[in-house]
Design a protein around this ligand. Structure first.
Ligand SMILES: NC(=O)c1ccc[n+]([C@@H]2O[C@H](COP(=O)([O-])OP(=O)(O)OC[C@H]3O[C@@H](n4cnc5c(N)ncnc54)[C@H](O)[C@@H]3O)[C@@H](O)[C@H]2O)c1
Ligand SMILES: O[C@H]1[C@H](O)[C@@H](O)[C@H](O)[C@@H](O)[C@H]1O
Length: 349
């Protein structure tokens, strides 16, 4: 079977990382086009990967990668079989709709879109089309540690899961990150983790913030503390701290009836030396979740070749957006907020 020809939209930090992944680390796919309003950035990337002489799983022998300025033109281009969207969240809705219009399978970085209404419109448009084309980049589901945790909890060995404690810390984030963005762009990962691990919807969310760190602009509420009340009665708490300074830390502890399980301790690098013990803290998500992204994109490519998707769906993206909308309201009003969501059966039949 011929390689899946991929176009990537947005080649900043994440898009460039995916581009390298497609070219060098996964099989069955070829990077044929990139698009970014920052043309020099797109051109430099296309030239460096397209003429790569390093062993390239995805490009063949230094195949050229086209730079297509207009992202919608990339989506419509006949030489692009499938699309990876790694533009900022505000651009996702229009680009997803274009992928649906052109019948192109798409792996869209989280969040699906930045608000509940546009996320629902995307879900409805995909449903109308009659086939699933959208996968959302909630990559934690592909991380071996999260996957092992999910398997353990689903096995029932520990009894019913009652609580999740989560920590999500970034070293720093760009200045564009205001309080709402922390909910919609960072906390959204734990929204998906809780829905996935509990296999349940979040019914109510509370987001509170202590006196903020002094290392952010005035008015930015960082860190934040969220509580998700699941429809079944289980509870998850999350600390999100995106200007933690130290490095990237993502942990999850599940507390069940007959035991608990924790991931994200970095125990594989635990060291003892010169009177100290400890390990390394990764700098960012690329170091911590590199394997998860590789597995995510490889499985997406393989599933796309079969005409399927294999991961979080547009509905998962919509559900996460609805929870985040309620979360932002909770943060602003200082009270728990019920999550308002369409009924799945009414939208998807
Ligand atoms: N899954 C993860 O762990 C993870 C990690 C980082 C970022 N992300 C997601 O990836 C996406 C990109 O984030 P990033 O950190 O790479 O941002 P970034 O700012 O580094 O890169 C975004 C790129 O998109 C370009 N761009 C801006 N407007 C555009 C438009 N309308 N169409 C196409 N391109 C446009 C910018 O010029 C830039 O090159 C976001 O959705 C973000 O939430 C996910
Ligand atoms: O866009 C990024 C990305 O999703 C990271 O995985 C997350 O840790 C950051 O908080 C977020 O800003």
């Amino acid at each position: 079977m011929r390689d899946l020809r991929i176009g990537i939209i947005g080649v900043g930090v994440m898009g460039a990382d995916h581009a390298e992944r497609v070219v060098r680390r996964i099989s069955g796919a070829r990077l044929v086009a990139v698009s970014d309003p920052d043309l020099p950035r797109a051109t430099t990337l296309a030239e460096s990967l397209g003429s790569s002489s390093a062993p390239a799983a995805g490009t063949g022998d230094g195949d050229a990668i086209r730079v297509i300025e207009d992202p919608l033109a990339l989506i419509g281009n006949a030489e692009v079989d499938a699309v990876i969207i790694a533009s900022p969240g505000f651009a996702h809705a229009e680009q997803l709709m274009a992928c649906l219009e052109h019948g192109k399978p798409v792996l869209c970085e989280k969040p699906l879109t930045m608000d509940t209404e546009s996320s629902l419109r995307v879900v409805e448009a995909e449903h109308k089309l009659g086939r699933q084309l959208i996968q959302v980049g909630f990559m934690r589901r592909f991380d071996p540690e999260y996957a092992a945790l999910k398997q353990l909890l689903d096995s029932g060995e520990l009894g019913r899961t009652l609580l999740l404690h989560n920590v999500h810390r970034n070293k720093t984030v760009p200045e564009s990150f205001r309080s709402e963005m922390i909910v919609r762009d960072s906390l959204v990962h734990e929204v998906d983790v809780a829905r996935w691990l509990f296999d349940d919807e979040i019914a109510r969310i509370t987001v509170r913030a202590p006196k903020p760190t002094g290392l952010v602009a005035d008015g930015v509420l960082d860190p934040q503390l969220a509580v998700f009340e699941m429809a079944s009665g289980a509870i998850a708490d999350v600390e999100v701290f995106v200007n933690f300074q130290v490095g990237y830390e993502v942990r999850c502890e599940a507390v069940a009836e007959k035991g608990s399980a924790t991931i994200g301790l970095g125990v594989d690098v635990l060291t003892r030396r010169a009177g100290h013990w400890g390990g390394a803290v990764p700098d960012d998500y690329r170091a911590r979740f590199g394997t998860a992204y590789d597995i995510e994109v490889q499985r997406w490519v393989d599933a796309t070749a079969r005409g399927e998707i294999d991961g979080p769906t547009a509905w998962d993206g919509y559900a996460a957006a609805a929870v985040c909308t309620a979360g932002v309201q909770s943060l602003q009003e200082g009270r728990p907020v019920e999550v308002e969501m369409a009924r799945r059966s009414e939208v998807l039949g």
